[in-house]
Design a protein around this ligand. Sequence first.
Ligand SMILES: Cc1cc2nc3c(=O)[nH]c(=O)nc-3n(C[C@H](O)[C@H](O)[C@H](O)COP(=O)(O)O)c2cc1C
Ligand code: SF4
Ligand code: SF4
Length: 357
Amino acid sequence: MVLYFTGTGNSRYLARRIAEGLDMPLYDLNTCIKAGDTAPVQTGQDVVLVTPTYAWRIPRVVSQWLGNIELTGAERIWFVMDCGSEIGNAAKYNQQLAAQKHLRYMGTAQIIMPENYIAMFHAPQKEQARRIVEQAEPALQKALAQVRAGQEFSPLRDTLYDRFMSGSVNPAFYRFFVKADAFRATDVCIGCGKCVELCPLNNIRLENGKPVWGKHCTHCMACICDCPKEAIEYGKKSKGKPRYHFEALEKQRTERVTKRILTEEEMSDLSDKLMQVTKGMTITVRYFVEDTAHPEIPAVGNYVTLTGRVESIDPVFRTLQIAKVVVPFEDLVEVRGDGIVAIDDHLGIAEPIESMQ
Ligand SMILES: Cc1cc2nc3c(=O)[nH]c(=O)nc-3n(C[C@H](O)[C@H](O)[C@H](O)COP(=O)(O)O)c2cc1C
Ligand code: SF4
Ligand code: SF4
C-alpha cells in the first residue's frame, strides 16, 4: 500500500504515480488524521510512505500517526520524501521509525519538487514549478523501479551539516517556528470554508464568516496556498509571494489559452501606462506566460497576475522586472498601480465629469 500525507499536493501526486506504477492501493493520511481515525490499516506486505519534508525530516504529525497505528500485514517500508531542496539526514529517523514498527527498513528516497513553504521562503512561479515537476521524473522512475524490484533505495548524503539540520534544527524549528499565530484572512475572503475543510489538523474554524486559526498547526501550507481568493497571509512573510499548489498548477496547464493579440487602442493605453512606471513603485501587472514545455503555434499558456516592486524597466530590451520576475513588454496585457492613470488624466486633459453626463 502507498500511504501519503500532503499540504499542497506534491506528495499526493508522487504517491498516485507510485501506486499506479506498482498497482498498489493508495491511502490518504490527511483524511485519516483529520478524522482522528486510529483503526488498524490493512496495508499488505509492502508499504511506501510518501511525505513532504518538514525541517529535514518527515512531518512530525506523520511520524506520530505512524507510531500509534497498527499496519496490519506490513513487513517492509520504503520512505519517499519530496522536498524543495534537501532532506538532510532524515533517513536515520525513518530507520528508527521502521524499527519501532518492527518493519524492515528499505531506505529513503529524495525527490525534489516545487517549494511550498511560503511562510518562510518563496514558492516558484508557475513555469518554473512545471519545470521542477518535469525534472523530478527520473528520480520518481528510479524509486519506482527499486520498489518494484524489491530493492532498497541507495543511501543518501550524510554529512555533518545533514546531521545537524535533521538532528538539532528540526526540534528547534518545531518549537520556535511552527505556530499559526501569524495567519489572518484579508478582506477578499468570501467565507467559503475551504481552508476549514483542507486543514488536516482541524485548526481552522469560521467565526462570523471569517477563518480563525487555533494553536494546533503543522505549517503544511494547505490553507494559505489553496485559498481560492488568495485571501490568507502569514504576517508580512507571504505578502506578494506566489501561492503554490500542485493540483492548481495542473488544472491551469490543462486550461491553457491562446495568447491574445492586443488591439491598437489597448497597445497604446498599455504603453502610456508603462511610461509612468518607475523603479521602486509597487505595481500589479497581468501578463502571458507561454507553456514552453508544450509549445504550439500560436503560443498557448496562461495569463497570470503579479504584484510587486519594480526593480527595473528596460526600454532597450523592452522588459520590466518586478521582484525577481522579468516580463517582456510584449507579454503584458495590463499595468496598474497607485498613480498610474489613463494618459488623458496623466496629462491633465481629461474631460470634467460634469461635461460627460
Ligand atoms: C513546514 C515546512 C518545512 C519544510 N522543510 C523543508 C526542508 O527541510 N527541506 C526542503 O528541502 N524542503 C522543505 N519544505 C518544502 C516541502 O517539503 C516541499 O515543497 C514538498 O514537496 C511539499 O509537499 P506537499 O505539496 O505534499 O505538501 C518544507 C515545507 C514546509 C511547509
Ligand atoms: S478558503 Fe479563503 S476565501 Fe475561503 S474562507 Fe478560507 S480564507 Fe476565506
Ligand atoms: S492551519 Fe493551515 S498551515 Fe496549519 S495545519 Fe491547518 S491547513 Fe496547515
